[in-house]
Design a protein around this ligand. Structure first.
Ligand SMILES: Nc1ncnc2c1ncn2[C@@H]1O[C@H](COP(=O)(O)OP(=O)(O)OP(=O)(O)O)[C@@H](O)[C@H]1O
Ligand SMILES: [Mg+2]
Length: 261
């Protein structure tokens, strides 16, 4: 069954809670309210997808959760290790090999070299790039670069200091620029990795099919200022196709309202 607004996290703990979060950019007449009174909870190990019209505040939301920006009012409580982020553009260091790119967050986190090497090898295997560690970004395809970025983001969720808090991954349309087949492969890999590592994921996408394929919970934001207008839980009781149809219809409504305003 498709459930409605009062969906609560079924997980044991809460990874992130946003309560009444408002974000205003600028001042006076030029002020833009990107988010207004946004409430959202992500459970530990939960995969939550966020959908909404262009400009409704999705990237702003991720930036606030990542601590890259501050909310104007409201509270954000994060009970996780420092979050890892992954954006649409792989943004690898061009002068470093794939393995060195993945190693970087481990180095910054203070992992000793032997442990770093072992973890890099493990992560490259995980994204099925075991043989490509010594390649530089320009020698890799776009899909391979995104896989390196995925491995690097996962590396950034590792803590050396005994931080036992659950990992959190923030993803902003990470697969949007990929061809359908590569996207399909990476979606499958992300889902597999997310399950095996119990990482909480907040995943922004424009693609309803992608959201339904990946997310256990799906959150639709209103057009600007962004608020949660509706949530769905992806259960076995509704087929993916039904859910895609229902969410697409609601997203179209939201976009229409946006166009009219
Ligand atoms: N640093 C900033 N300064 C001023 N306005 C900003 C800033 N960042 C975002 N905005 C505005 O806030 C609103 C939300 O932007 P945001 O990037 O979060 O949207 P989005 O939902 O991620 O859009 P898209 O789907 O196109 O990526 C937009 O109107 C944008 O112009
Ligand atoms: Mg955005």
């Amino acid at each position: 069954m498709v459930t409605d607004q009062a969906v609560r996290s079924q997980s044991t703990g809460t990874a992130v809670r946003l309560a009444g979060v408002t974000k205003v950019f600028g001042h006076g007449e030029r002020a833009v309210t990107a988010l207004e009174g946004l409430d959202l909870t992500v459970g530990a190990g939960e995969f939550v997808c966020v959908l909404g019209a262009s400009g409704c505040g999705k990237t702003t939301l991720l930036n606030l959760v990542a601590g890259l920006d501050e909310s104007t009012t409201g509270t954000i409580t994060r009970n996780t290790a420092r979050p890892a982020v992954m954006f649409q553009d792989a943004a690898l260091m061009p002068w470093l090999t794939a393995a060195r790119n993945v190693e970087l967050p481990l180095r910054l986190a203070g992992f000793p070299p032997p442990l770093r090497r072992a973890k890099v090898a493990e992560l490259l295997e995980l994204v099925r790039l075991g043989g490509a560690g010594d390649k530089r970004p320009h020698e890799l395809s776009g899909g391979m670069r995104q896989r390196v970025a995925l491995a690097r983001a996962l590396a950034a969720t590792y803590r050396v200091d005994g931080d036992s808090r659950p990992p959190l991954l923030l993803m902003d349309e990470p697969f949007a620029s990929l061809d359908a087949i590569t996207r399909d492969v990476l979606q499958g890999e992300l889902r597999r990795i997310q399950r095996s590592t119990a990482t909480a994921v907040l995943f922004v996408t424009h693609d309803v099919r992608e959201a339904v394929r990946l997310g256990r919970r799906l959150v639709l934001l209103s057009s600007r200022p962004g608020r949660v207008v509706r949530q769905w839980t992806n259960t076995a009781e509704s087929t993916e196709a039904e859910l895609v149809d229902e969410i697409s219809a609601r997203l179209r409504e939201v976009i229409r309202t946006h166009a009219a305003s």
